[in-house]
Design a protein around this ligand. Structure first.
Ligand SMILES: NC(=O)c1ccc[n+]([C@@H]2O[C@H](COP(=O)([O-])OP(=O)(O)OC[C@H]3O[C@@H](n4cnc5c(N)ncnc54)[C@H](OP(=O)(O)O)[C@@H]3O)[C@@H](O)[C@H]2O)c1
Length: 271
């Protein structure tokens, strides 16, 4: 079995490979990367490294040769029109290479796709469906890292976290937990074919819970204040995605509980 991981040098890809190594031998893993010179740690662990640039279809044809399973990690290009073309290159090459099972890191609870962040992922999923290749859609929740941009350290300094008004609920998870779940899917036999998993937290958390954790950590009370004048692009983005729907899929795949909210957020609030 050859498990090919694209975007392997990225944060999620590296964590998936780290987890996969606990389950399969290194010679079953192929790390596909845009910059092979940055992938020496994979080589040192006995993992084959192949050049794979989503913008260069010829690199993909050779990168995917002999793949039993191919994990397409969605491109990080900021322009969705470019990402769509890049994903199409990967999917066409997967078809040419007769990949047996194509897995894609999509986005959780895409809904009816009428809002822009869903378009790319739904279009990529549909494109994969047209190939007839057995698939698995790994619909990742928003990473808990998003809290990095809501001003936690300022909030601790000032004793209040200022947020945009709303009844915010978050189904976010850590990359580490996603990697555990995705590595389980990649390493297990064929039971995950033609399945869609919503990889979110099983219960949503709130800003009030975050404030309690921040207060405990800082040793002082941190309150929440809603302010419609707040200038932060993240709230516009959060308003466009489903941050509250939940699923047990990730915990089922991991075979246990995901990381607690406290453990997930502490790295972001330590001074
Ligand atoms: N769920 C969420 O909250 C969330 C948040 C942000 C992003 N995402 C999506 O999830 C993906 C994985 O997240 P991450 O944290 O691992 O992101 P990341 O660390 O930025 O990794 C993205 C990977 O994609 C690779 N890549 C970009 N363009 C490529 C190309 N033209 N050809 C081949 N590889 C290319 C990058 O290669 P290099 O190493 O060469 O740069 C990198 O390895 C992101 O790419 C993005 O689509 C999800």
């Amino acid at each position: 079995m050859s498990i090919v991981i694209s975007g392997a040098n990225g944060k999620l890809g590296s964590l998936i490979i780290e987890q996969l190594l606990q389950k399969v031998s290194a010679d079953q893993i192929i790390a596909c990367v845009r910059h092979p010179e940055r992938a020496t740690s994979f080589l040192n662990q006995g993992i084959e490294v192949r050049h794979c640039d989503y913008d260069q279809p010829e690199s993909l044809d050779q990168a995917f040769a002999g793949a039993s399973k191919l994990l397409l990690i969605s491109s990080s290009n900021p322009d969705d029109t470019v990402r769509l073309r890049q994903h199409a290159h990967v999917i066409e090459s997967a078809k040419k290479a007769q990949v047996e099972h194509l897995l894609y890191t999509s986005f959780a609870f895409l809904g009816d796709g009428l809002i822009s962040p869903s378009h790319l992922h739904l279009a990529t999923e549909h494109s994969i469906l047209t190939t007839g290749i057995p698939y698995t859609f790994l619909r990742n929740a928003l990473y808990t890292d998003f809290i990095e941009v809501i001003g936690l350290k300022t909030a601790i300094a000032n004793g209040e976290l200022i947020i945009y008004p709303g009844d915010w609920k978050f189904n976010t998870v850590t990359r580490h937990d996603l990697a555990l779940g995705i590595a389980a899917v990649l390493s297990e036999p064929d039971g995950h074919r033609n399945k869609t998993y919503e990889l979110t937290a099983p219960h949503p958390w709130s800003f009030d819970e975050l404030a309690i954790i921040m207060s405990e950590s800082a040793g002082k009370h941190i309150s929440i204040r809603q302010d419609p004048q707040i200038q932060n692009w993240i709230y516009g983005y959060l308003n466009k995605i489903d941050t509250s729907s939940t699923s047990d899929d990730l915990e089922r795949l991991i075979g246990g509980p995901i990381t607690t909210l406290k453990d997930s957020v502490l790295p972001f609030i330590k001074m």
